[in-house]
Ligand binder design. Structure first.
Ligand SMILES: NC(=O)c1ccc[n+]([C@@H]2O[C@H](COP(=O)([O-])OP(=O)(O)OC[C@H]3O[C@@H](n4cnc5c(N)ncnc54)[C@H](O)[C@@H]3O)[C@@H](O)[C@H]2O)c1
Length: 436
């Protein structure tokens, strides 16, 4: 089997490398020349644990290669995956499908022989129909099927998620395309991963329904956290108490500063727009979008309150700016809402993130970047913990206290223990648990 992966971003690069690890010949294509040149030197465009080794092994094994030449990669491929971005379209909140449609046209021009075109990008219901139409219009003679195969990997554990997924969803009613997909995912059949074959439109909707459900779950516990703070309850205990119920489940019940990242914000918005377009609005998800956006903004007010109501002229130490640990992805990170509000209120921000500072520098002007946690703290009026990287979990609190001007910590990820922080002499506030 030989496949081409169009788009060598998070999803394209990780899935391409994983398919090659399964034994398939994979050519990853990207328009970004620098990205491909760097990949030829085994320089990864993203931080993802284990990815460089996986890529290196498969390149040297001759199963994985990189190119900017889409035509060459597509020619003779059994399957061509579309893994390009589907960001929010400017102005109206719908998914921007121009990259997907652009790729479909280029693929159509290059393919020869029966080819399965697989949409791995997250795309609204009906996109597969449009991709099919573009290919048919461009190449009326071509033999092909268009399949939906959404990706559920999480940044930070992307390789493990791809290799051992909870399920694989494949949307096609063509037996011939099903057979190609079965072959590609054969190693997962062997470890008894549930592989679900369904209609293309259903498959497209499954991806959005999954992401918006998870976003709603996070938003739910975040609102419960606010209630906990005012009634004197503990959100972590509430989350445990409800999460032990098998119908609810423990995951995605960590209260925090609001969801961010490359998927939930744009996917919630896109599904809201699709539902409105079809006259079947999703009021719950509309509210989730609104509540989450407000929440990110409210986090800055929480920091200002912890600093006595005023941060003008004060230095604030920020630990972590990525939207979650183990990634350098800054897309829609809560830090992008919190830090500018603090700066507007007159604070001087000193920040550190183990991996995301390169990405963050341009997005967060005016921030002073440091090489480690402790360097951000000297003379600061407060620490704000935004991303729960492991290295922030065991700070030397005596050293921290010596460095800070005032021992204030705002822990937006509930990493620390309230009683211990109080005993250590900190003015400690967190999420969903009243101050002790
Ligand atoms: N990032 C995630 O965790 C994740 C998880 C599941 C699904 N998804 C979905 O997967 C899709 C891709 O997301 P991503 O985060 O990997 O995006 P990304 O922005 O990291 O990468 C997309 C890549 O596609 C390239 N590209 C665009 N048009 C091209 C073309 N015509 N030919 C060749 N290359 C082209 C871009 O240069 C870019 O490198 C999105 O629809 C996203 O919603 C992402």
């Amino acid at each position: 089997m030989r496949i081409a992966m169009i788009g060598t971003g998070y999803v394209g690069l990780v899935s391409g490398a994983c398919f090659s690890e399964f034994g398939t010949d994979v050519v990853c294509v990207d328009k970004d020349v620098t990205k491909i040149e760097n990949l030829h030197k085994n320089i990864m465009p993203i931080f993802e644990p284990g990815l460089d080794k996986l890529v290196e092994n498969n390149v040297s094994g001759g199963r994985l290669s990189f190119t900017t030449d889409l035509k060459e990669a597509v020619k003779g491929a059994d399957a061509v995956f579309i893994g390009v971005g589907t960001p929010t379209r400017r102005g109206d909140g719908h998914a921007d499908l121009s990259y997907v449609y652009g790729a479909a046209k280029e693929i159509a021009e290059a393919m020869d022989g029966y080819t399965v075109i697989v949409t791995k990008s997250t795309v609204p219901v009906g996109t597969g129909d449009e991709v099919e139409k573009i290919i048919r219009d461009t190449r009326p003679d071509a033999e092909f099927d268009v399949v939906s195969n959404p990706e559920f990997l999480r940044e930070g554990s992307a390789i493990e998620d791809f290799m051992r997924p909870d399920r694989v969803v494949i949307g096609t009613e063509s037996d011939r395309a099903q057979e190609v997909m079965r072959q590609l995912y054969r190693p997962l059949f062997l470890i008894e991963t549930p592989i679900m074959f369904t209609q293309r439109r259903t498959s497209e909707l499954i991806k959005y329904a999954a992401n918006t459900f998870l976003a709603a779950k996070i938003t739910f516990i975040n609102e419960i956290a606010d209630l906990c703070e005012v009634v004197g309850a503990d959100v972590q205990a509430v989350a445990k108490g409800i999460g032990l119920d098998g119908r609810i489940g423990k995951k995605f019940l960590h209260a925090g500063p609001g969801y961010g990242g490359s998927c939930f914000p744009k996917d919630t918005l896109a599904l809201v727009k699709t539902a409105q377009q079809y006259g079947s609005p999703l009021k719950i998800i509309e509210t989730v979008v609104e509540v989450n956006a407000e929440r990110k903004k409210k986090m800055a007010a929480k920091v200002i309150a912890a600093c006595g109501g005023d941060v003008k002229g004060k230095k604030i130490s920020v630990l972590g700016v990525a939207f979650k640990p183990n990634t350098d992805d800054m897309r829609d990170s809560p830090s992008l809402d919190i830090i500018p509000v603090l700066q507007d209120a007159g604070a001087e921000i000193c920040a550190y993130d183990p991996e995301a500072m390169g990405e963050a520098k341009e997005m967060l002007p005016g921030v002073t970047w440091k090489e480690n946690s402790y360097d951000t703290m000297e003379g600061a009026s407060a620490i704000v913990l935004i991303t729960e990287w492991n290295e922030f979990r065991m700070l030397d609190l005596d050293r921290v206290k010596e460095l800070l001007e005032t021992p204030v910590m705002v822990d937006l990820r509930n990493v620390y223990n309230r009683a211990e922080m109080k005993e250590a002499g900190f003015d400690y506030s967190c999420i969903g648990r009243a101050k002790l």
